[in-house]
Design a protein around this ligand. Structure first.
Ligand code: TRP
Length: 460
């Protein structure tokens, strides 16, 4: 099975060197591997759980988005978006909430820790705990399940949340699996995701030698404050009082470990050797700064220029949201019908419900804010074509016959590298999804041809 990698970044802080080495750099490298299908998003709804300062949330969103783009994330290659631009996520959150056992959420580490703290202080167990904190894992499950992600790279503190997403997804599959297939869904409603924790990426130590983390206040900023802030932070890395000329233990300070994260093995070994043979701490810190800057300075330049043009980032995120919704929206459309919230229809029994083994391409009509539309779905439920909107359902029904009848048949034509259309009398009646590559577009074109042929055959 193809892997779909998805991860969210909570937008409450400013990225630091530890985030860069431990998350950003490896994630971007992985997203460049051939055949990778990566989803990165700003978890800004999650930010509201942790932070009620609007200016801080807004600033962090901008800084984090600029950081990822400056570090080389290619929004053409990956799907990069804001959680709050995808209304299907909160919608799915509610559907999942209704199958989630309350007891499961009682066992979440973050919630339990908050309760334990209250109890230790002799307060009411739920004092100052919001329902947002309690529901956090369900929102996270919706983030993942909306896109059928298979692999979720997270820190170890988040592994329990991925297990909960599996639990919730499995429960939904169990309750609604048959209804999902009857509603035109393929397979199970949700693929169950796996957590991917990067064992090989050593966590970067901070100024005081503990793991670099905002909560220890021991971080080195990645871009904010420029080269000067970097130098000032590095100057505060804790060392012992050995003088220049004295031999130093490279492991007595974070210096060598941070150096290692930015240099190859040989260069790092040379740096350690210099410390052992008397390099002064001050000079060592300068070397470290130069080493970090060697990698970071060009990225910082891009960061500064992006920060000065938020409109460009906004455009990239909106385009990302469009790509993300092209996947989530059709899924949610089926999901709504799955749970009984589709358009009103005659009671089941009178309607033709898809039977097991009844696997054919089909046309599904629906209504959205722009009017009445229909889709061509492949035998496995894949969305192949989406029609334009019609003002009235009859006209839409009439037009949809172009898919199934031989006489009215139109032509399939690529319109650009990523899409094709169904033309009728030279007018586009329906458009394909957007594909990342030519080969994917052409493969879908072939599947669409086959689906149309099978519809026409069935129509006789
Ligand atoms: N909770 C995650 C964190 O704080 C961020 C996050 C939100 C996330 N939704 C996600 C991570 C979905 C992976 C998948 O790190």
């Amino acid at each position: 099975m193809n892997q779909r990698i998805l991860t969210g970044i909570t937008t409450t802080g400013t990225p630091h060197l530890g985030n860069y080495v431990g998350a950003i750099r490896p994630a971007i490298a992985a997203s460049r591997e051939p055949g990778s299908d990566s989803f990165f998003f700003l978890a800004d709804y999650h930010a509201l759980v942790k932070c009620d300062d609007p200016a801080r949330v807004a600033r962090s969103r901008l800084e984090i988005a600029a950081t990822w783009l400056a570090c080389g994330l290619d929004p053409e290659r990956v799907t990069f978006y804001r959680q709050s631009d995808i209304p299907e996520i909160p919608e799915l959150t509610w559907m999942l909430t209704c199958v989630t056992a309350k007891g499961l959420l009682n066992r979440a580490h973050a919630y339990k820790a908050a309760v334990d703290q209250n109890t230790a202080k002799g307060e009411d167990p739920d004092a100052a705990i919001t329902a947002g904190l309690y529901m956090y894992p369900v929102l996270m499950a919706a983030d993942i399940l909306a896109f059928n992600a298979t692999k979720v790279p997270v820190g170890r503190d988040q592994v329990q949340h991925i297990e909960m997403a599996r639990d919730v997804g499995q429960r939904f599959n169990h309750i609604y699996g048959a209804a999902w297939r009857a509603a035109g869904g393929a397979g199970d409603p949700f693929v169950l995701p796996e957590a991917a924790t990067e064992e090989t990426v050593a966590t970067l130590p901070g100024l005081d030698g503990r793991k670099m983390s905002k909560s220890y206040d021991n971080t080195v900023p990645l871009f904010e404050g420029g080269a000067k802030a970097l130098r000032e932070a590095v100057a505060r890395i804790v060392t012992d009082s050995r003088e220049p000329g004295e031999s130093k233990d490279p492991d007595s300070s974070s210096l060598a470990a941070i150096f290692r994260a930015f240099a190859g093995e040989t260069e790092s070994a040379a740096f350690r050797h210099e410390l052992e043979t008397g390099l002064g701490w001050g000079e060592a810190k300068q070397k470290l700064c130069r080493r970090i800057d060697h990698e970071i300075a060009p990225l910082r330049e891009r960061y500064d220029s992006l920060m000065a043009r938020p409109g460009e980032i906004e455009d990239a995120l909106r385009e990302g949201a469009r790509k993300a919704r092209a996947i989530a929206a059709p899924r949610l459309e089926i999901m709504r019908r799955t749970v009984g919230l589709g358009p009103l229809a005659a009671p089941a029994g009178k309607t033709k419900v898809a039977k097991k083994g009844d696997k054919r391409a089909r046309i599904v009509s629906f209504r959205d804010s722009e009017g009445f539309r229909f889709r061509l779905l492949g035998a496995d439920g894949e969305e192949l074509l989406l029609s334009r909107a019609f003002a009235d359902p009859k006209a839409a029904g009439q037009a949809s016959r172009a898919f199934s009848s031989d006489e009215a048949s139109g032509a399939l034509k690529p319109i650009d590298a990523s899409r094709f259309v169904f033309l009728q009398d030279d007018e586009p009646l329906a458009t394909s999804m957007e594909f990342a590559e030519l080969a994917a577009r052409d493969a879908a074109l072939e599947r669409t041809r086959a689906a149309l042929a099978s519809l026409r055959e069935a129509a006789g």
